[in-house]
Design a protein around this ligand. Structure first.
Ligand code: CUA
Length: 154
């Protein structure tokens, strides 16, 4: 039978409580803020070809490819209300992929595909930035999602 020191017991209890709090926080964020925990998709070379694919009028797929020091496609045009599946990978080092105002924070990793789904309910320009230091041109790594409202006259 294991014999625990009182202090040891205390530390284990505190550790479990903190761990529990972390797990709870993640689950809470997921439900409360609809924070999307990115999925990992089985690797397929098809995803390394940057493109915007229209599934139907409100559903798009974006194959986003990060490399030093740019994102492709650099400009993504979609109509307002679209739901977009982003499939993200990198051609070289690890890059970040954050979409402004959208609670999206992904990593682009060579040989891996990360996926998340975002709905763009409001027209506007949503900047995508690399938030993982990736070398001399890091601060220039940007792209944008341009969401148009075809019904608006402007
Ligand atoms: Cu790519 Cu920083």
């Amino acid at each position: 039978m294991a014999v625990f020191d009182q202090t040891e017991k205390k530390i284990i209890t505190i550790t479990l409580a903190v761990l529990g709090l972390f797990v709870f926080s993640i689950l809470y964020a997921k439900s409360r803020y609809q924070a999307d925990v990115p999925d990992c998709v089985p690797y397929d070379k098809a995803y390394t070809e940057p493109k915007v694919k229209k599934i139907d009028d409100k559903t798009y797929q974006v194959f986003a490819v990060a490399q030093m020091w740019q994102f492709q496609p650099a400009e993504i045009y979609i109509p307002v209300g679209s739901q977009v599946d982003f499939f993200l990978t990198s051609k070289d080092v690890v890059h970040g992929f954050a979409i402004n105002q959208k609670n999206v924070n992904m990593m682009a990793v060579y040989g891996n595909i990360n996926k998340t789904t975002v709905t763009f309910d409001k027209p506007g320009v949503y900047k995508i930035t690399c938030h993982e230091y990736c070398g001399a041109g890091h601060q220039n790594m940007q792209a944008q999602v341009i969401v148009n409202d075809p019904a608006a006259t402007n």
